[in-house]
Design a protein around this ligand. Structure first.
Ligand code: GLN
Length: 541
């Protein structure tokens, strides 16, 4: 029997509903249950693919090629369960499906309305494409009280009624602000938020209360009484040093025990040794290294969520803390030598779009190559490294990418046709922007006896992609003469997937996004090895 846990948020946004959902799922997993986590996002975009990272943070890409909310990254990192296309939906997607169905005449003349047609579509999405999971955790984006969230809340209310209370549970995440003048944590916003939920017909079963200090017993009793939940179901969620501590702290506060109790389930205590081990490594490192990330969205760390986590995982596997120095690539465009790069142990140029700041990224790659500093180019970062090598080593002065308009030497160009699982995919300059990149997992064949071969320890890999442009294979021979090799390619030998400079301590560019597959328990080999190389570099200086 599949049970559904609905997680809503109240009082304020950014309370960490995604982490809370991921942590509860991890705890249930540690008790031996199969879990899946889904996210229902109330905004109107069909998916976050076209949104600026400033608006919405990173776009997380699944194996099956969906562009999704960054919370799905937390879900994967905490549970090691690969998320799917069917795990994230938005109002935009629900509406476009409902309208397409109406155009096909499938509603047989009915007047199409938010209730029941939109809510039915949300319910159907929530309960379909499952695989006998014990628990499906469903996080509702936004905050209770938002106008656009209402159809989602109505849909989950109906699901509770239809599936029965023994198969459903409502968890509400709220905030208890500390008021210095009163010297206490305030419960009133939580009471109001629960009232708002009640007005929509939802009585929460458990309250997860975010606070920056211990919740006194008296306050816990008060919240329980006024919000109509058991005292044990008022679970404090205190701030922690590392996100990987969250499952441990929730367990201590009785979250998973209470959830099992709600469903009448008896299990052994969860085994949380692997979590304890990760937290120990994160909180007691033996040293540190500094990695410079040269990017465009550096003021918003959420824009590089998976990347930051993957670097931390690389630190976990080497027992060091990875310090990140954020560098705005545009700065270099007016500077000859990027001074800020001098004192770092590794340089990483992440994925990116558009010409703003690109010349700075090219300079960062040049600096890393010439100074022998470990360089990791991811997607756009690989493309910029290829342009750098083409211009400065191979003498192809006008090397560029068609992403910035027409250029003389199209070292990077738009891929107009390629095969995906036997199907021909086609793109043009004027194709729609949404959902039309090379997306999701693709296989890559690695050249024997290369650095990348040593790192992965195998010759065939699969990694996730999200890009429109590709390195132009026609330049392979010309560039190889100057010491850069194309050490990974698509199985048909047409798309360069990995480049490296064998004579450099660590200069690797990958067309895919390895950060999306890194997990705290299984750090990605590329990140582990990059941090290892950075440690070596730190010993040199
Ligand atoms: N803008 C580049 C492309 O579309 C790189 C994308 C990325 O880094 N994800 O190919």
């Amino acid at each position: 029997m599949t049970r559904f846990i609905f997680i809503t948020g109240g009082v304020a946004s950014s309370l960490g509903k995604g982490l809370a959902s991921a942590s509860l799922a991890a705890l249930l997993q540690a008790r031996g249950f199969n879990v899946r986590i889904r996210k229902l996002d109330p905004y109107l975009n069909v998916d976050p693919g076209t949104m600026s990272p400033y608006q919405h943070g990173e776009v997380f890409v699944t194996e099956d090629g969906a562009e999704t909310d960054l919370d799905l990254g937390h879900y994967e990192r905490f549970t090691c369960v690969d998320a799917k296309q069917s795990d994230n939906v938005t109002t935009g997607k629900i509406y476009s499906d409902v309208i397409a169905k109406e155009r096909r005449g499938e509603y047989l003349g009915a007047t199409i309305q938010v209730i029941p047609h939109v809510t039915d579509a949300i319910k159907q999405f929530t309960v379909s494409n499952l695989n006998k999971e014990d628990f499906v955790l469903v996080e509702i984006g936004g905050t209770v009280g938002d106008i656009e969230g209402t159809p989602f809340l109505e849909a989950i209310r109906q699901l509770g009624y239809e599936l029965g209370r023994n198969r459903t549970m409502y968890i509400h995440l709220t905030l208890l602000p500390f008021l210095a003048a009163a010297g206490e944590l305030k419960t009133k916003p939580t009471q109001h938020s629960v009232k708002e939920l009640l007005s929509l017909g939802i009585q929460p079963d458990l309250l997860l209360c975010r606070a920056d200090r211990d919740l006194p017993v008296g306050e816990r009793v008060k919240i329980a009484l006024f919000c109509n939940v058991k005292e044990e179901a008022v679970v404090p969620a205190l701030d922690v040093e590392s996100i990987y501590e969250v499952p441990l702290r929730y367990h201590e506060q009785g979250l998973d025990t209470e959830v099992c109790c709600h469903f009448g389930l008896k299990t052994d205590k969860p085994n949380l040794d692997s979590w304890k081990n990760v937290v120990k490594r994160v909180t007691t490192p033996e040293g540190d290294v500094t990695i410079a990330i040269v990017g465009k969205y550096t003021i918003l760390v959420d824009a590089y969520k998976s990347l930051v986590e993957a670097l931390a995982h690389g630190g976990i596997s080497n027992n060091v803390k990875v310090k990140i120095k954020w560098i705005e690539s545009e700065v270099f465009e007016s500077q000859i030598i990027p001074n800020e790069l001098e004192n770092c142990d590794g340089i990483l140029v992440p994925g990116g779009f558009g010409s703003r700041g690109a010349e700075g990224k090219i300079k960062a790659a040049q600096f890393a190559r010439e100074k022998g500093i470990p360089y990791f180019g991811i997607c756009f970062g690989m493309q910029m490294a290829v342009i750098e090598v083409a211009r400065n080593l191979a003498g192809i002065k006008n090397a560029g990418t068609t992403e910035f308009g027409n250029c003389e030497d199209k070292v990077i160009g738009l891929m107009t046709e390629w095969e995906n699982e036997g199907k021909l995919e086609q793109r043009h300059e004027d194709s729609d922007k949404g959902g039309t990149m090379r997306l999701g997992a693709y296989p890559c064949i690695i050249k024997e006896n290369t650095k990348i071969h040593k790192i992965y320890g195998k010759l065939e890999i699969s990694e996730r992609h999200r890009h429109r442009y590709e390195v132009n294979i026609e330049y392979e021979k010309q560039l190889e003469k100057f010491g850069i090799i194309f050490s990974g390619k698509s199985p048909d030998n047409i798309l360069p997937e990995i480049i490296e400079i064998p004579a450099h301590p660590w200069f690797i560019g990958v067309q895919f996004h390895p950060e999306l597959k890194s997990r705290p328990f299984e750090p990605h080999p590329l990140f582990s090895d990059f941090i290892r190389a950075a440690i070596e570099q730190s010993r040199l200086v």
